[in-house]
Design a protein around this ligand. Structure first.
Ligand code: SF4
Length: 404
């Protein structure tokens, strides 16, 4: 679809994601779009285009409110302080009213007191720190710099200087990781009473150093059962310590779920700016478009005149229906019935009758008076359920999607 063949329409509430595609070096497991060793001049140029693209979207969509802002990456904390400051100032100017949540991601390796002050002075409400693991040996396996002393130092800084919310990312299922390693990592973060913890299982991604090491027989990969048991152990410990397992990989203290991501899982409209970032926004005639920035910097830096080399996809009713379920089922609370009804004009059990019956009988899905949601059993086998969903024949005739 041609970028000029549609017009974006106004959208009352939006979320804004900003992708900073720079890292100090490439971690061995990483398949995100991130570039190591980029110099300051290129970073400045990229930030200028990120600001231009934010302005472009906001002018066309004219939101009354930006509900949440999330600056992720890559590693936003490696931006030189002058560049980070300029970005935060510009975003604050463009986003006229204060967002309910404003997150910036950081890594311990590039985290200092000045970074905390800059964030605090520019309306950031939440930091997200990629700890992954405190074990020196496991960090070496992952190709992550910074040791346990560095992590302790950073966590100490946060405890003493940061007044906002905090998320920490942790990884389970790293080759060589033991139950004691997981216990130590959890003890470290639980001691801080952190509001939010994202707990992922390490996966082997094609194109990464770990993948090559494994293919060449240099890195035995842990058995899935071992990975699952470590993750489930960590999950149980977090739940015992008062965290709600509110999304497949996310845990929070009461009321501290990540608003930005919850909006994403409920398929609310969002704009994504920066190389590799994606937007899902409304267009004239009830259309829903997905605009994808290129996964390469030169394309993005072609700028406004070339529409940042964005690719455009017109989402079909079927795309929206599947995406809504795939994302919404990730949430423990599930998909609010009111939202579903407003968007699809019907009830979920009526739209997938055969599958609903089968999943209910197998104890995978349930409904309350307010929502459709998976049971814990269902959420633990979410990928299998999504495969069944994509194979299920749904009659979309007569459904008129009303989005957002
Ligand atoms: S810091 Fe994060 S984004 Fe950067 S290379 Fe490592 S895993 Fe990838």
């Amino acid at each position: 679809m041609d970028f000029k063949s549609f017009t974006l329409t106004s959208c009352k509430n939006l979320s804004l994601y900003i992708h900073i595609p720079f890292c100090e070096h490439k971690c061995y497991y990483c398949d995100f779009f991130s570039l190591p060793g980029i110099d300051k001049a290129v970073m400045e140029k990229t930030i200028r285009e990120i600001v231009n693209q934010t302005d472009f979207f906001l002018q066309r969509l004219g939101p009354e409110k930006i509900i949440s802002v999330y600056i992720g990456g890559g590693t936003p904390s490696i931006l030189p302080k002058s560049v980070l400051k300029a970005l935060l100032q510009k975003i604050n100017t463009l986003v006229s009213s204060k967002p309910a949540e404003f997150t910036v991601e950081a890594n311990p390796e590039s985290f200092d007191e000045e970074f905390i002050s800059l964030c605090a002075e520019h309306g950031v409400t939440r930091l997200s720190v990629g700890i992954q693991t405190c074990s020196k040996q496991l960090r070496a396996t992952l190709g992550r710099r910074g040791d346990v002393e560095r992590i302790q130092h950073v966590l100490g800084l946060i405890k003493n200087k940061w007044l906002g919310d905090l998320n920490c990312d942790l990884l389970c299922g790293i080759p060589g990781q033991t139950l004691q390693d997981v216990q130590r990592d959890l003890k470290t973060v639980l001691a801080l009473n952190i509001a939010h913890i994202a707990l992922y299982t390490l996966t082997l991604e094609p194109g990464t150093v770990l993948h090559r090491q494994h293919e060449n027989g240099l890195l035995p990969w842990p058995d899935h059962n071992v990975q699952d048991s470590l993750w489930l152990y960590a999950r149980d410990l977090l739940v015992k310590n008062g965290y709600s397992h509110y999304e497949i990989s996310n845990f929070s203290l009461p009321g501290k779920g990540c608003l930005h991501n919850i909006r994403y899982w409920l398929l609310k409209p969002y704009i994504g700016v920066g190389p590799g970032a994606v937007s899902t926004v409304p267009a004239e005639g009830g259309k829903i478009v997905r605009l994808s920035n290129p996964l390469h910097l030169p394309g993005f830096l072609r700028g406004t005149a070339k529409s940042w080399s964005m690719e455009v996809e017109l989402l079909t009713q079927r795309d929206i229906f599947f995406e809504h379920l795939m994302l919404g089922f990730r949430l423990k609370k599930g998909i609010p019935k009111r939202l579903f009804h407003k968007r699809f004009g019907g009830e979920l059990p009526e739209l997938i009758p055969g599958l609903w019956k089968e999943w209910s009988e197998r104890g995978f899905i349930k409904q309350s008076t307010t929502a459709y949601c998976l049971t814990l059993r269902g959420r633990l086998i979410l990928n299998r359920m999504l495969t069944e969903l994509t194979q299920y024949k749904i009659d979309m005739s007569g459904i008129k999607i009303n989005w957002p």
